[in-house]
Structure formats: structure tokens, C-alpha cells
Design a binder for this molecule. Structure first.
Ligand code: FAD
Length: 519
């Protein structure tokens, strides 16, 4: 309390402070304060308590007067706290801290206490002013938040999924143990690389989701890592909004947006899927090979039989023409009958030629098909010591197609190329496969460093039963004819590049739009 003016009994007015505030206002302010206020002597013996103090502690004014403030001590507050408190106030400095207090009814509360020394004109501490409030509830809430934070952090750390929180500038604010492991593998901030890959994959859709803070469901991205095998990750993005906790944003909320990226390493899963896909492709292609072998054998047999049968037909016609009218020629009749029966047998044989196995049309990624077929051919390519150059299309090379037929087509072309390279016995043993996306088609080149195909044969090689190798070498000459059949079914074209001089370059163009098939 401030100093009093010298008493003046003559004055009718109550005493006022130097500031002109009547002194009784000070008492009323203390009496009515929402803080628990006490005034003690220099040894903490209570001289005064306000009603809030009495309500908070549960003691009446008379029970408190003359007692030490230690009446409120619950004895769990460490001694050091009191020693620090006393050392501070004895140096005539205010002290603030938290004490566990005990009410009259033995219940406890957490007191946020401030003690100010009251110093007289001689510089001696005569009294202490104590002000405290019950902060048990606030402490409970703080602890609850802290406990929840610890719980969330341990759950997030224990999860097998990498989680990272980024601010609007995509700076990392928070991450978990799994994410930290990725930093070692990536060499630099994984989130930056993964978000760049997501942007490249999604194009405008990423920017739109980001603008509207729309979540992005799990997407698979492939990351090439230095000196390591490529890794696959399933990434999901969600955004959340936080209100600025700063004082200036109390009445004018400032919203900040954060990006939560969850990353799951699915490389092993992808490897298993790929192994499964390659194995089923291998099984499918070997079944197709079996059917194709049957087709080739039967078609070859029909082709071989047709020649002599045509000759027999010609002989029957000749005999018929030479027959005298009215005369019988039993041998001619028998021959005619034999030719008729043979034709029937030939038709039965033709009907036995199995159709090319028809798989359903679906959206097919040619990059994937070519890469799978190359993987399937790895053993034969390695065995032949052939250097392979594979250039995938940069953009998405998808088109509506029969995947098994296309796989078979490229397998056939690669087999032809390997055979041609083996024939050449030159020093260059190279196979190059390149895929390009053109505005209306996808173009694939299969180039080999073999002897090439002579200009006059470039068209003939696509004819059925045309072969440059001869039947003695088990060649029926149906491979390229069937390749052409497959390409035609897809509405595309296949030809041999006349300008390619270093071997043979087969060019296949397949339309990207549906509806051009000729099944
Ligand atoms: P005490 O024996 O009283 O003291 C413990 C230690 O404190 C001693 O070892 C000593 O180092 C130091 N100490 C105690 N008294 C003095 C002194 N007069 N001079 C120098 N050092 C001393 N305590 C509470 O628990 N709750 C309160 O709400 C509370 N309010 C207070 C309000 C005011 C204005 C003041 C001045 C003190 C208040 N205290 C309060 C402190 C209280 O007076 C006791 O010091 C404390 O409760 C510890 O009591 P104790 O009996 O356990 O130990």
C-alpha cells in the first residue's frame, strides 16, 4: 500500500493517495480481488487474508490470523523450492512459483503464487504480500495435452510407416523414426524427392489438390536411388489447418496449412508382384507357343498337302476331258473320288488349326510389356552374349490391346533378332529396343546387329511359309506372318526399315485410340 498523507482531522474527506485515489479504494480492491491475497509479517505469519483467500483455502479469517502461511503447505513441495523462494524474497525481490497447497478439508490444489516484499522507508522488509490462484484445472489440461502429445509421438514413432509434417514452404517440421531411416537411404530430404515424383506423376491434379487442400489417396511412386536398386513407395498426402497460437492472432485468427505425407516402402511387395507377373507371363507365353507350334505344324501340313492334291486335281480334269463320251473310265472315277476324299480330309485338318488364343482387350502399358518380355528373354540374351539397349517411352505408352498377343509378338521379334545375331558371328552383338509415343500411335523399334534382310525380301518375309532358312532348319516361315497378323488385329503396321544398314530394324506402329482393331 502507498504511503499515507499526514492525517488532517479538519478535512471532512477520507485520506487520499498521491495519485488522488481514496485509500479505502485500495482496501476494497484487495477485498474484492479474484486473486487469493494475504499480507504477512517478515516471518510469513498471516496478518490479513481477503475473502478469495478464505474461499480458496477453506479456512475462516480468524482461523488464519496469526498462523504461518505454512498452514497451506502439503509437504510434497521440495524443500529447495521454499529455500529458493525465501532466498529471493529476502533479497527483496518478488518470487513466483508453483506450490502444492492443502485446504482445510485436506484436499489439495496447485497454487500459482507470487510473493512481493513490502519495504519500509529504512529499507527493511516489514511485510510480505502474497497473491495466488488455483491453477489445478489449467495444470490438469496442460498435462493432458502433454500426455496426449507423448502418446501420439510414441504411436507415430512405433508405426512402420514413415510420417513427415511439412509447412507451406515444404520445410520439415516433424518426422518419425521410419522417416529418419529413409533420410539415410535417400541421401537428401526424402519428402522433397517423393513430392516431386508425385507432382510429375499427377501433373495438374496435384496442384489442384494442393490449392483446395484435398487429400491425395495412396499413390505408388518409383524412386531411382544412387547406387541402389529403384525403390517403390506408396505415398498419401493430407492437409490440415492450424490456427496461429501467437497473441496477435488471438482476435484475428491466422490460419496455417500443413502437409502430412505418409510413406510406405512397398519395394518388396512390388518385387513379389513383378515375379508373379513374369511367371504368369512365362506360363501364358509357353501355352501360346504350344498353340502356335500346333498352328504352324497343321498349317504347314495343309500347305504341303495342297500342292500334290492340286496336281491330282489337274490330272483328274485332264482325264475327264480325254474320256470318250459315253465311255467309262473306272480309274478316273476312282481318282476323282480319292481327290474329293482328300479335299474333305484337308478341310478337316484345316478346321483343326487352333485359333490364336484371344485374350480380352484392355488398357496396356507397352513400356511394361516390353520390359517384361526382355526380362523373360534375359537368359537367352545373356547366353548369346548380346548387349541389350532398352529405351522406354518417356510418356505413358498405354493403348487398348491384347496383352498376351503383344507379349508374344515382341517375344517372337526378340527371338528372331537373337537368331540373326547368332548367324552373323560378328564382333557386334547388339539388340536395341526403343519405344516412342507419337501423337496417334506408339512406335516400337526392334533392331539387331545381324546380317539384315535383303531389299527384295523385305516384303516377302511377312508372307506365310516364306523362309530364308529352309525347312531343314526347322523353319516354316510363319513367325513374321503371325507377327503381322497380330499387328493387323491391333490396327497397326509392321515393316522393315529400308534405310537401316547395320542389321535389321523392325518397326511396329500401334494406334493409341480404341476402335481400330480388326479382330
Ligand atoms: P519451514 O520450516 O517453514 O521452511 C522451510 C525452509 O524455508 C527452511 O529450511 C528455510 O530455509 C526457509 N524458511 C522458512 N521460513 C523462513 C524465514 N522466515 N526466513 C528465511 N528462510 C525461511 N508456503 C506454502 O506452502 N503455501 C503457500 O501458499 C505459501 N504462501 C506464502 C505466502 C507468503 C507471503 C510467504 C512469505 C510465505 C508463504 N509460504 C507458503 C511459505 C511458508 O511460509 C513456508 O515457508 C513453507 O510453507 C514451508 O513451510 P515448512 O513448515 O514446510 O518449512
Amino acid at each position: 500500500m502507498s504511503k499515507q498523507h499526514p492525517a488532517n482531522d479538519q478535512l471532512p474527506h477520507p485520506p487520499v493517495t498521491a495519485d488522488g485515489v481514496p485509500e479505502h479504494i485500495f482496501r476494497q480492491a484487495v477485498e474484492q480481488s479474484a486473486l487469493a491475497i494475504s499480507i504477512t509479517d517478515a516471518h510469513a505469519n498471516i496478518l490479513y487474508t481477503n475473502p478469495t483467500f478464505q474461499r480458496t483455502s477453506g479456512y475462516g479469517q480468524q482461523e488464519l490470523l496469526g498462523r504461518n502461511e505454512s498452514i497451506l503447505s502439503y509437504r510434497v513441495t521440495p524443500k529447495l523450492v521454499y529455500e529458493t523462494m525465501w532466498a529471493q524474497i529476502k533479497r527483496q525481490r518478488p518470487w513466483n512459483g508453483l506450490l502444492v497447497n492443502k485446504r482445510k478439508d485436506d484436499s489439495r490444489y496447485l497454487a500459482d503464487l507470487t510473493i512481493s516484499p513490502v519495504v519500509d522507508e529504512n529499507g527493511n522488509t516489514t511485510h510480505y504480500l502474497g497473491m495466488h490462484r488455483d491453477v489445478t484445472e489449467m495444470h490438469r489440461l496442460e498435462r493432458q495435452v502433454q500426455n496426449q502429445k507423448t502418446l501420439i509421438e510414441s504411436v507415430v514413432d512405433a508405426t512402420q510407416v514413415a510420417i513427415v509434417l511439412l509447412d507451406e514452404q515444404e520445410r520439415v517440421l516433424l518426422d518419425n523414426q521410419e522417416y529418419k531411416k529413409l533420410i539415410g537411404d535417400f541421401g537428401k530430404e526424402p519428402a522433397v524427392k517423393l513430392l516431386a515424383a508425385l507432382r510429375a506423376q499427377m501433373g495438374d491434379a496435384f496442384a489442384k489438390a494442393s490449392d483446395k487442400h484435398r487429400n491425395i489417396a495412396a499413390r505408388e511412386v518409383c524412386i531411382e536411388l544412387p547406387n541402389r536398386a529403384a525403390r517403390w513407395f506408396s505415398c498419401a498426402v493430407s492437409w490440415f489447418e492450424e490456427q496461429d497460437a501467437g497473441a496477435d492472432a488471438f482476435y484475428e485468427p491466422l490460419r496455417r496449412h500443413y502437409l502430412l505425407l505418409t510413406i510406405q516402402d512397398i519395394s518388396e511387395l512390388k518385387r513379389q508382384q513383378e515375379a508373379l507377373r513374369i511367371n504368369s507371363l512365362r506360363a501364358l507365353l509357353s501355352e501360346q507357343e504350344r498353340i502356335q507350334g500346333l498352328r504352324e505344324t497343321l498349317a504347314g501340313a495343309v500347305y504341303q498337302l495342297e500342292g500334290p492334291l492340286n496336281m491330282l486335281s489337274a490330272v483328274t480334269h485332264m482325264l475327264e476331258r480325254r474320256r470318250e463320251p459315253g465311255s467309262e473310265l473306272p480309274a478316273a472315277t476312282a481318282l476323282e473320288e480319292a481327290v474329293r476324299k482328300s479335299r474333305e480330309a484337308l478341310e478337316t485338318l484345316r478346321a483343326c488349326i487352333p485359333d490364336q488364343a484371344a485374350d480380352a482387350t484392355q488398357s496396356v502399358n507397352l513400356n511394361e510389356i516390353l520390359s517384361d518380355v526382355l526380362k523373360l528373354s534375359t537368359a537367352s540374351l545373356l547366353g548369346a552374349g548380346i548387349v541389350v539397349e532398352w529405351q522406354a517411352a518417356e510418356n505413358s505408352a498405354t493403348l487398348p490391346a491384347h496383352p498376351a498377343q503383344l507379349s508374344n509378338l515382341f517375344k517372337q521379334l526378340i527371338a528372331n533378332a537373337v537368331e540373326a545375331i547368332n548367324e552373323q558371328r560378328g564382333s557386334r552383338r547388339e539388340l536395341r529396343i526403343a519405344c516412342f509415343t507419337r501423337p496417334d500411335c506408339i512406335e516400337v523399334f526392334v533392331e539387331d546387329s545381324g546380317p539384315g534382310i535383303a531389299e527384295e525380301l523385305r516384303h516377302k518375309v511377312f508372307q506365310p511359309f516364306f523362309t530364308t532358312k529352309g525347312a531343314a532348319r526347322q523353319h516354316l516361315g510363319l513367325g513374321l506372318a503371325m507377327a503381322q497378323e497380330t499387328v493387323t488385329r491391333h490396327g497397326g503396321t509392321i515393316d522393315i526399315d529400308p534405310d537401316f544398314r547395320n542389321g535389321c530394324r523392325v518397326r511396329i506402329q500401334l494406334p493409341r485410340a480404341a476402335g481400330e482393331h480388326h479382330d
